[in-house]
Design a protein around this ligand. Structure first.
Ligand code: IPD
Ligand code: CA
Ligand code: CA
Length: 258
C-alpha cells in the first residue's frame, strides 16, 4: 500500500513527541463548550500531522478536529485526531493518544494510534491484520458478558443528552466492570488487544473512531451500530466487541429500563 503506513506512522510519532513534551506545560486552554476544551498542544500536534501529509499528498482531502480541513477529488481522505483524550491531557491524567486514519472512496483502509507515554503504536491496514509495535494482536476470547471488562465514554453534551446513563447502569449491572477512561481511540485499541472485551459510545466523531474501528475489525473483533447493523464512522452509535459478547451487548443496549 504505497508508503501510506510509513507516512502515517511518522506523523503519529511526531505528534506523540509533541504531546509528551508538552504534558504538564500547556498553559492556554480554550473552551469550545462548557466542558469541551482544546489546549495549544492539540493545535500544535495537528499542524505537524497535516504538514507532513500535505507535503507528500497535496491532492488528498483532510478532515481534522481542531483547524481547517481540506477537500480534494483524489478519493483519499485523512481523518485526524491529534490528541484524543484532551480533558485527561489537560489534567495530566496519562491516557491520551494521536489517531490518524486514511479513507479511500469512503472506506477506511488504514489506521494508526500512538500512545507516547507507553510507547504503544497500534496500526492496521484493511485485510492485513492489526498490530501493536509490529506484533499481531487479536481480541479476547471472553464468551460471557458477566465476565467481560467493558469501556464507554460520555459525549460533551451529556448534561442535556443523558441517554448513556441508562446504558452505563445496565452494563455495570451485567458485566464484570465498566471503565470510562476518556480516550475512545485508546479504548478501541485496548479492545483490539484484548484488554477490554467490549466498548460502546454515542455521538463520537469520525476522528475519534476511524482508526480504532479498523484496528478492532482487523484484530478479528466486530463493530456495528447498537442493533448489529453496518457501522459508519459518520453515524451516532458504535458498538464494538470481541464478537463473542456482541449479541448480549446488543440486548443490553436495546433495554429501555434504567
Ligand atoms: C473525546 C474522547 C472521549 C469521548 C469523547 C471524545 P477528545 O475526544 O474520545 O473518550 O468520550 O466523546 O470527544 O475531545 O478528547 O479528542
Ligand atoms: Ca477525540
Ligand atoms: Ca481531540
Amino acid at each position: 500500500m504505497k508508503d501510506f503506513m510509513k507516512l502515517a506512522s511518522a506523523a503519529a510519532r511526531q505528534a506523540g513527541k509533541i504531546l509528551k513534551e508538552g504534558l504538564g506545560k500547556q498553559r492556554r486552554i480554550r473552551y469550545k463548550g462548557e466542558i469541551n476544551l482544546v489546549t495549544e498542544i492539540d493545535r500544535k500536534a495537528e499542524k505537524v500531522i497535516t504538514k507532513i501529509i500535505r507535503a507528500r499528498y497535496p491532492e488528498h482531502a483532510i478532515m481534522v478536529e481542531e483547524g481547517e480541513g481540506k477537500e480534494g477529488r483524489s478519493g483519499y481522505k485523512w481523518i485526524i485526531d491529534p490528541l484524543d483524550g484532551t480533558t485527561n491531557y489537560a489534567h495530566g491524567y496519562p491516557c491520551f493518544c494521536s489517531s490518524i486514519a486514511l479513507e479511500k472512496d469512503g472506506e477506511v483502509i488504514l489506521g494508526v494510534i500512538y500512545d507516547p507515554l507507553r510507547n504503544e503504536f497500534f496500526s492496521a491496514e484493511k485485510g492485513k491484520g492489526a498490530y501493536l509495535n509490529g506484533k499481531r494482536i487479536s481480541v479476547s476470547s471472553t464468551r460471557k458478558l458477566i465476565r467481560s471488562f467493558l469501556a464507554t465514554g460520555f459525549n460533551y453534551d451529556v448534561k442535556t443528552d443523558q441517554r448513556n446513563f441508562k446504558h452505563f447502569r445496565n452494563f455495570v449491572l451485567s458485566s464484570q466492570a465498566v471503565r470510562r477512561d476518556g480516550s475512545a481511540a485508546l479504548d478501541l485499541c485496548y479492545l483490539g488487544l484484548g484488554r477490554f472485551d467490549g466498548f460502546w459510545e454515542l455521538k463520537l466523531y469520525p476522528w475519534d473512531v476511524a482508526a480504532g474501528a479498523l484496528i478492532v475489525k482487523e484484530a478479528r473483533g466486530r463493530v456495528t451500530d447498537f442493533r448489529g447493523g453496518k457501522f459508519s464512522i459518520y453515524s451516532d452509535e458504535i458498538l464494538a466487541s470481541n464478537g463473542r459478547i456482541h449479541q448480549e451487548m446488543m440486548r443490553v443496549l436495546q433495554r429501555s429500563d434504567g
